[in-house]
Design a binder for this molecule. Structure first.
Ligand SMILES: NC(=O)c1ccc[n+]([C@@H]2O[C@H](COP(=O)([O-])OP(=O)(O)OC[C@H]3O[C@@H](n4cnc5c(N)ncnc54)[C@H](OP(=O)(O)O)[C@@H]3O)[C@@H](O)[C@H]2O)c1
Length: 252
């Protein structure tokens, strides 16, 4: 099949493109670096010529609520419009577990993206993933000041990006699915700051990870209260965080 992966150079995009390529599918890589901008729409119609399935794994560079909402909503509408003209059979989105009550930041933007995409006309499937094991690395990068990382209190069921990519590929190409929305998470509930501190310890930096409550974030209680945890029907799959850690940061 000819499958377009939007965000094909990203953390999840490159993994899903790799999984599908290994299965013999033809991949159209869509990123600004390949000359296609899904926000402005430049080059999108041409890129989707002959494409049967679009996988949307794009990401925003801002977390400011209005800007991120505008970004995700606009790309959803642009993708729907171009996909309909190109005769694409379905769009498959990677989203995030538990975002329904969120009103701010990245999660609110993803919710707007889901809603705009499902306004059609091309049929949509949504894979909602938990935060990736790799999210701990992103957290350290974003929140380290001096020698301390300040990680927001978050209950999560971290999952490997590669595992999400495998489930996403399977879900995208399945002829039929019992439901248009699925959840994929790791095997166990974790505390994000604890997990990030294990990565920091293996890396040797930062020297301390401190769990914080950001009272300026209107959704901090949702994150610390377990809103991002998977529901009872979620697909749970390894590796565990400890296994992933040993693979990526082996002890000497
Ligand atoms: N990280 C997590 O823990 C997690 C968990 C669940 C779900 N997700 C979701 O997974 C999605 C992907 O996240 P990620 O961390 O894999 O992303 P990422 O590594 O930041 O990669 C983003 C990708 O989007 C492309 N892109 C950005 N703006 C674009 C534009 N205007 N036009 C075309 N391509 C554009 C980038 O390429 P260029 O810069 O070259 O354009 C890149 O390939 C996100 O929507 C996120 O919400 C992430």
């Amino acid at each position: 099949m000819k499958i377009a992966v939007v965000g094909a150079s990203g953390r999840i995009g490159r993994e899903v493109a790799d999984v599908l390529k290994n299965q013999g599918h033809e991949i159209v890589a869509i990123t600004r670096s390949t000359g296609v901008d899904v926000y402005t729409g430049d080059g999108l119609a041409e890129a989707l010529t002959g494409v049967q399935i679009v996988i949307d794994a794009v990401n925003a560079t801002t977390t400011e609520t209005d800007a991120v909402t505008d970004f995700f909503r606009t790309i959803a509408r642009n993708l729907q419009q171009a996909a309909a003209v190109a005769g694409v059979t379905r769009i498959v989105l990677v989203s995030i577990i538990g975002i329904d009550p969120f009103t701010a930041g990245h999660y609110a933007g993803k919710l707007a993206q889901e809603r705009a995409l499902t306004e059609g006309p091309v049929p949509v499937r949504i894979l909602r993933a938990a935060q990736f094991h790799e999210f701990t690395e992103m957290m350290l990068e974003w929140t380290t000041q001096g020698d301390v990382a300040y990680v927001p209190a978050t209950r999560t069921q971290l999952v490997a990006a590669r595992t999400v990519a495998e489930k996403l590929a399977e879900f995208a190409i399945a002829e039929t699915t019992p439901t248009a929305v699925i959840e994929v998470a790791g095997p166990e509930e974790l505390n994000l700051a604890d997990a990030a501190s294990k990565v920091a310890a293996r890396r040797g930096t930062p020297s301390r990870v401190k769990e914080v409550t950001n009272l300026d974030d209107p959704n901090h209680e949702l994150q610390s209260g377990g809103a991002l945890l998977p529901g009872p029907d979620a697909i749970l799959a390894g590796p565990t965080f400890a296994e992933w850690l040993d693979q990526h940061y082996p002890t000497r």
